[in-house]
Design a protein around this ligand. Structure first.
Ligand code: AMP
Ligand code: MG
Length: 395
């Protein structure tokens, strides 16, 4: 089903894209990334951190398939690969060198890696992170961010860097969020995943950078290859560059595709039956994808809606509380590409509550305002139908 939908999408998208590039041949390749705008240094630091973390994840993926010992289970049963640890070590090392005072809210902690039984995994993390940090500098990168071959990185320093991500978040501060591999399940199955970084100031996301190593650069033209970095700065728009840091394209880069609702691939992460009902009502087709790559595709114009609704809870379990690192970068990307994002009742997202986002009322992101209102209404309608069914079923 997903493959079919993807093929349909690529076919449809190619028509838009081909027309677009005929009229504007690589019009934005020369877009400057160096103008002295707000958060300019932060933007360059974040791009460097995400780009180098993507080097880690790509290396790990190529080896992981052959070596199952590179995967651990966390207490919540989600798979954590050596890639998550090494990518967070890279990002936090760069942030610590560039902005020593800034708190970091990161998904991973290094406790498991410190255990003697995980010595091999720890060594792999150190070698992967060190290699990525020591790569030669490219344009826009600075050695003082801990980059280049002159910097040594001890095992202890990298473990400490991972643990720098333990900040509790909050409302009146400047802080970074890090999700080193968002969509670990997608990563493990060779699908979409994302390396995600954002800067939040006083509860407002001001910068988001998302690396998607497995996303086509131009959906219409697979020959261009894969690997994108998405960047958004509050008030400055959103753009896409390649993983090698070139070819800036302003988003959305083709007229928004109005047929698809992007949702999780993983049924445990969302309420798929409810989303199906909303999609049917709005004559949209569901398109399943792991990670914040969904926000990136929406921002590019590849879908009409991103929809995530809390999965039904079983056996009196608490509903899942969404995390700020899973939505902060994607939300600014959608907004800066001209879209709108709220919870499913139309209220603003809350990034100042802590590591979590409070009561889970789902997420609605769209490329246009009018559609956003219609999605919120359709959700309300679908929920009352669901409630009515439940009441009828209760004896
Ligand atoms: P996605 O790929 O969009 O399904 O989202 C992946 C993210 O979902 C992961 O980074 C997790 O942090 C998060 N996640 C884990 N469990 C749940 C859950 N029960 N409901 C919603 N999101 C979850
Ligand atoms: Mg995540």
């Amino acid at each position: 089903m997903t493959v079919q939908v993807t093929c349909m999408l690529l076919h449809h998208a190619s028509k838009h894209l081909n027309a677009h590039f005929r009229n504007n041949p690589r019009r934005l390749l020369s877009m400057s990334l160096t103008s002295p705008e707000a958060f300019s240094i932060e933007k360059h630091v974040a791009i460097a951190a995400v780009r180098r973390a993507c080097l880690v994840t790509c290396t790990v993926f190529n080896q992981l398939v052959r070596d199952k010992t590179d995967t651990l289970k966390k207490e919540d049963e989600s798979p954590v690969t050596v890639g998550d640890y090494a990518a967070q070590a890279v990002i936090n090392t760069v942030l610590r060198n560039a902005f020593p005072e800034d708190p970091i809210v990161g998904e991973e902690g290094a406790d498991a890696l410190r255990q003697e039984s995980n010595a091999r995994l720890r060594e792999r993390m150190v070698s992967l992170a060190t290699n990525a940090l020591q790569e030669d500098l490219i344009d826009g990168e600075k050695a003082q961010w801990g980059l280049g071959s002159h910097h040594e990185h001890s095992s202890e320093a990298l473990l400490k860097a991972i643990d720098e991500g333990s900040d509790t978040g909050g409302s009146n501060k400047r802080m970074w969020t890090v999700d080193p591999i968002d969509g670990t399940k997608g990563f493990l199955r060779g699908g979409q995943y994302a390396v995600c970084l954002s800067l939040i100031v006083n509860s407002q996301v001001v910068l988001g950078v998302i690396g998607c190593p497995n996303l086509q650069i131009y959906p219409a033209n697979p020959d261009e290859g894969k690997g994108c970095i998405f960047v958004a700065v509050r008030g400055q728009g959103a753009f896409q560059i390649t993983l090698s840091g070139t070819g800036a394209i302003k988003l959305p880069y083709f007229p928004p595709e109005k047929s698809y609702v992007l949702q999780s691939e993983e049924p445990k992460h969302t309420n798929m039956p409810l989303i199906k009902r909303v999609a049917d009502e709005l004559h949209l087709t569901e398109w399943g994808m792991d990670s914040q790559a969904k926000y990136c595709c929406l921002a590019r114009g590849e879908g009409a809606v991103y929809l995530r609704m809390p999965a039904p809870t079983i056996g009196g379990k608490q509903p899942y509380e969404e995390r700020i690192w899973d939505h902060a970068p994607g939300s600014i990307l959608v907004e800066e590409a001209g879209g709108k994002i709220t919870d499913s009742e139309g209220a603003p997202l809350r990034f100042g509550l802590g590591r979590g986002m409070g009561d889970n009322r789902g997420f609605v992101a769209t490329v246009d305002e009018e559609l956003h209102g219609r999605v919120v209404s359709a959700i309300k309608q679908a929920q009352s139908t669901e409630d009515a069914k439940k009441t009828k079923a209760t004896p």
